[in-house]
Design a protein around this ligand. Sequence first.
Ligand code: PLP
Length: 404
Amino acid sequence: MRPIRQSRKLHHVRYDVRGPILVEAQKLEAEGHRILKLNIGNPAPFGFEAPEAIVADMVHHLPDAQGYSDSQGIYPARTAVAQYYQQRGLRDVDVNDVFIGNGVSELISMVLQAFIDDGNEVLVPAPDYPLWTGAVTLSGGTPVHYLCDEDDGWNPDLADIESKITDNTHAIVIINPNNPTGAVYDRLVVEGLVDIARRHQLVVFADEIYEKILFDDAVHHHAAAAAGSDVLCLTFSGLSKAYRVCGYRAGWVMISGPKELASDFLEGLTLIANMRMCANVPAQHAIQTALGGYQSIEELIVPGGRFYEQSMLADRLLNDIPGVSSVRPRGALYCFPRLDPAVYDIDDDQQLVIDLLRAKKILVTHGTGFNWPHPDHFRMVTLPDTAMLEEAIGRIADFLATRR
Ligand code: PLP
């Protein structure tokens, strides 16, 4: 038999967060080493528990959630999502504008498959959450990266975006709060982005999965959908992060703006939703409970709360390492520090991460894995408790001392 090869569609698709670095970590684990994995934003293994009501809801519905559901999602979940956005000031959205998926991840792939024709350009931030670049590529599109400016708190560079728009640009991805940088965009920034979309007739894909993880009283989340009812906006969010149930696989996309212009696209999205039957039904039941109930996330993001304290500590400890600077995260679950090229001579940041892993048994993710164009950053999650963070960043500091 001939060797069986992967499809050519995958040749330029990367998802390094779980790529060769994880394979190397698993190899070390098989040899008996304990690896501290700081490469994935998955709260549960770090002692974060889901709100009890959500778990109870899943359990309660197991007996009556054995069949497929409507492919767009169960009615109560879609109602809860629509009401959530209505309460945030969006008027023209209802239950029919919501699709429930197996996490935001599935919905990103479904939406891009329904939307992209070969060669269509989609503006994607650099750095990005790499599923976006990968899913655009896999759908036959061309990701065009726009820069986020580290010197400006990782805000998107609007002039760079404008300069990259062509006749073939169809959409712009906004990740706010941002993974990997922890940036949260002020109202003017969001309005600036939506204004670009309006002027160039771009669809907005707003990945807002960290919308409830904000670290400062002064930090508010400004939904892209609220910045322009005349722009077609697809807002993605879900239960994985704010409700700490990554494993349940529950997310949604909400469509707002001039939907009458998008009927053909929505027909395509419905076809793709139908083809995959439906999202995990017990987890769909948890959506209404999550959105309607007590928001325990608010205890974690204020001073004294774990998300807040750990993010601030990680930021401080990273900035204490010679030649390392990190923009303080305003939200989400990550730090994205820079290794000053004048101090650290790195030409392959994935190799650096593998060297750190082998030497110190800590796994972080290299910055180029987030489509950052220079090998001078890495991302770590801020999920370990403070003692573990001190230990981890201490080991990173010791390792870096050997590289100066
Ligand atoms: N979008 C961003 C920005 C993320 O960071 C993640 C997960 O880390 C996802 C989407 C995927 O989330 P889900 O668990 O809902 O698939």
